[in-house]
Design a binder for this molecule. Sequence first.
Ligand code: NAD
Ligand code: ZN
Length: 248
Amino acid sequence: MIVASERTVFFTGAGISTESGIPDFRSPGGIWDRHPPIEYQDFLASAEMRRETWRRGLETYAVVEAARPNPAHLAIAELEHLSKLDALITQNVDGLHALAGSSTERTIELHGTSHGVRCLDCDRRYPRRDVHLRVLAGELEPSCLFCAGILKPTTISFGEAMPVDAMMRAQAAARGCDLFVVAGSSLVVYPAAGLPETAQRSGARLVVVNATPTHLDAGAALCLEGKAGEILPVVVARVRRLIGAAPR
Ligand code: NAD
Ligand code: ZN
């Protein structure tokens, strides 16, 4: 299907990074088993919620910072180098697609990135690591060094507006593709999870690569149940052979 396709779009979720050691949200033992998510309104309204965000961040971001791309990220990056990937839409905030070699031009981060921090008042940006150093030094709720505004990690929280530009690019990619491959997403977080249906309505075939069933499996052209890090390298190796490209 990839070889025959003119425009393939990949759509990834937390499941693409579990094999890199970053837990997903909905599997047993995932992040939400331990911490319910902090919604945007609660973050704005409560200093205690902001402190809790930074406390948790020290723990969760350490895992993200230490993580390396796995064979699933590398396979998707290779597909782009084989000129067989039109766009990569990701719900992940870990930056592992970029580390694997996927280009910023073709990668659309729908839920922001965990590597940055921004001031909600003046929009100044800080590296996450620098702000964490301030928290570790005793600032329980760090604020903007320029305007004293509230700082927040550049991940999109529940209740926060989606980044307009990323969402528009993702919708255009979904509408324009002929093959839409979901990898490692439970497809329950909207509006992101509406993209596969947008693609199908525009005539694209849907493929789902996931460890557990999703509600779109029944209407998919193909479902591959298992680990993305085991399935995608096999798929991409076959694409490489079929189009006659040399192994990287
Ligand atoms: P999710 O946790 O809802 O679902 C993950 C899905 O991946 C599950 O259906 C699970 O069965 C499957 N899965 C787990 N390991 C897999 C593997 N090795 N191979 C194939 N499938 C596997 O994740 P979601 O759909 O991305 O939605 C959760 C939200 O949480 C997203 O919006 C995302 O922004 C955020 N999130 C991001 C990260 C990250 O950046 N790595 C981690 C956790 C959550
Ligand atoms: Zn500021």
